[in-house]
Design a protein around this ligand. Structure first.
Ligand SMILES: *[C@@H]1O[C@H](CO)[C@@H](O)[C@H](O)[C@H]1NC(C)=O
Ligand SMILES: *[C@@H]1O[C@H](CO)[C@@H](O)[C@H](O)[C@H]1NC(C)=O
Ligand SMILES: *[C@@H]1O[C@H](CO)[C@@H](O)[C@H](O)[C@H]1NC(C)=O
Length: 478
């Protein structure tokens, strides 16, 4: 008799937001390329948006081509509890209440169905921001893997909220301290203004998002394995400290050669426009897929760009201020920048920033954007808007030194300041050199014997061993 290892079959649940779907899809491809069977679940709403953005029929399958290339990735969709026409961006809190309270019941139903139909399922890989993975994993006797799509510094901030409270850096009725935080394991020092936004708020701490965060990180600490889309060398001490809490694997960035487009919006083609511009002359501007900002900020950035005189591509989502107010640019702006500036609702970001004409990236500091920019060697100007973006900014500007701030923390950009900062960044050889070097570290991590590859392989081995321990079937030797 000998013990055989069961093949991992993971059901994957990305959070229904663009910035989470992208790394989840890449992780699915990576796992399937390493012998996993994957059942990938998108919400109906995300699926519908992906199909619509690419003009595809609704019953298309995101992974069809991957299967034709021999990967065992199955694809299914599931309701998030709201009708397709519901405006999730406009009704943010209502949507997230549903994700917290209604969606888990649908996941439960789905797991009941598919684990009965297919007993080879042995693992759940869910986004860390879900509140239900460990309890549903236990119910269906599945291993639970949490995938965190943001840096380790962010997860450790959330994991140590109790310390922040004890030390009066957060939520203290006796008054909140504003000096640096120097007691989070593996974090030498972090300013309160660099914590995730939800950990620096004054006032109501019982918002929808606070309640999600309160529950999901307690749940995540219990996960059997934690995967993180970061690079070991970027956050060595933080990661070492997190390994004391649970098996923790820095496997980022989970880019995949065979990119699958899971864009939620139709993409404008910027290639011809970029081809017509000199090397390194174009500033790329995007505030990501999710965050909102004010009309005032948009106006200051617009006027700052005019003053700076640089070429730019600006991704301006129609709902950047609110889906009810799509007109946000100063009157006549588009006419005034004709030829030097291109404004698009959405684009293929990697394609744009890997173009040689692009020389800088004004970003809201979403973690995917930062990783992509490091990979492409494009220096950053940071204007974080919410959630982990403040913490990511610290990594970019203070730790890795691959970018600058658009304005002082907690202040609003002015047109003059924008022009100065933009011109400074576009001319700085020092930052350009530094991001190239950090880019080498990132590429090395993804290469043969690189830390992310080693960590990924270790995860696969540890998971397979644990599956065998739990489900381990005994079979006769041949
Ligand atoms: C995660 O899954 C494993 C395997 O079913 C289980 O033993 C463990 O208790 C789960 N973790 C939690 C917190 O439920
Ligand atoms: C400290 O901050 C919390 C929110 O984090 C707030 O509820 C509380 O009132 C603040 N304490 C004081 C004394 O201002
Ligand atoms: C927080 O909000 C929820 C939902 O609105 C409510 O049920 C709960 O009682 C509140 N908790 C506190 C401590 O105020």
């Amino acid at each position: 008799m000998k013990k055989i290892k069961e093949r991992p079959h993971a059901v994957m649940f990305p959070y229904p937001l663009q910035g989470h779907v992208i790394p989840f899809v890449n992780l699915a491809l990576k796992l399937a390329s390493n012998g996993f069977t994957i059942t990938f679940i998108n919400t109906d709403s995300v699926h519908h948006q992906i199909s619509r953005s690419r003009g595809l029929h609704l019953d298309h399958d995101v992974f069809l081509e991957s299967r034709q290339h021999g990967l065992d990735i199955r694809y299914a969709t599931l309701t998030d509890g709201f009708p397709l026409a519901f405006d999730r961006s406009l009704h943010h809190d209502q949507f997230f209440e549903g994700i917290m309270h209604v969606f888990p019941a649908h996941v439960d139903d789905l797991l009941a169905r598919i684990t009965t139909l297919d007993p080879t399922i042995n693992t759940i890989i869910a986004d860390t921001f879900y509140v239900w993975p460990s309890s549903l994993a236990r119910k269906y006797n599945l291993l639970n893997v949490s995938f965190f799509t943001e840096p380790a510094l962010v997860i450790t901030s959330y994991y140590h909220v109790h310390l922040l409270k004890e030390n009066r850096h957060f939520a203290s009725s006796a008054g909140n301290r504003s000096d640096a935080i120097e007691y989070i394991p593996g974090v030498k020092s972090i300013a309160t203004a660099d914590l995730p936004s939800y950990l620096q708020e004054e006032g109501d701490l019982n918002t929808t998002v606070h309640r999600i965060i309160d529950r999901c990180f307690k749940d995540a600490k219990k996960a059997d394995f934690m995967l993180c889309n970061t690079v070991e060398a970027f956050e060595q001490d933080t990661i070492a400290a997190l390994r004391q809490i649970q098996p923790f694997y820095a496997i980022g960035p989970v880019f995949d050669k065979n990119r699958i487009s899971t864009s939620l919006w139709a993409e404008s083609d910027c290639a011809a426009w970029l081809d017509s511009k000199p090397r390194g002359s174009v500033l790329y501007i995007s505030f990501g897929s999710y965050a909102h900002t004010s009309k005032h900020v948009i106006e200051e950035v617009a006027n700052g760009l005019l003053l700076s005189g640089v070429h730019f591509i600006w991704v301006l989502r129609p709902d950047i201020v609110s889906s009810e107010h799509p007109e946000v640019l100063p009157v006549g702006f588009e006419r005034r920048v004709e030829g030097s500036g291109l404004i698009v609702p959405w684009c293929d970001q990697i394609e744009v920033i890997s173009h040689p004409s692009v020389g800088g990236f004004l970003t809201h500091c979403g973690w995917n954007s930062i990783l992509e920019s490091i990979k492409c060697g494009v220096p950053l100007i940071c204007y974080p808007l919410l959630t982990d973006q403040f913490t990511n900014r610290k990594l970019v500007v203070d730790d890795l030194k691959i970018g600058i701030n658009l304005c002082d923390k907690k202040s609003t950009p002015t047109r003059k300041g924008v022009a100065e900062r933009v011109n400074y960044l576009m001319r700085s050889q020092e930052i350009r050199q530094q991001i190239k070097e950090v880019g080498k570290i990132l590429v090395d991590a993804m290469g043969v014997d690189g830390s992310s590859v080693v960590n990924f392989n270790q995860f696969v081995e540890d998971l397979t061993t644990k599956i065998a321990a739990i489900k381990g079937s005994l079979v006769k030797d041949d």
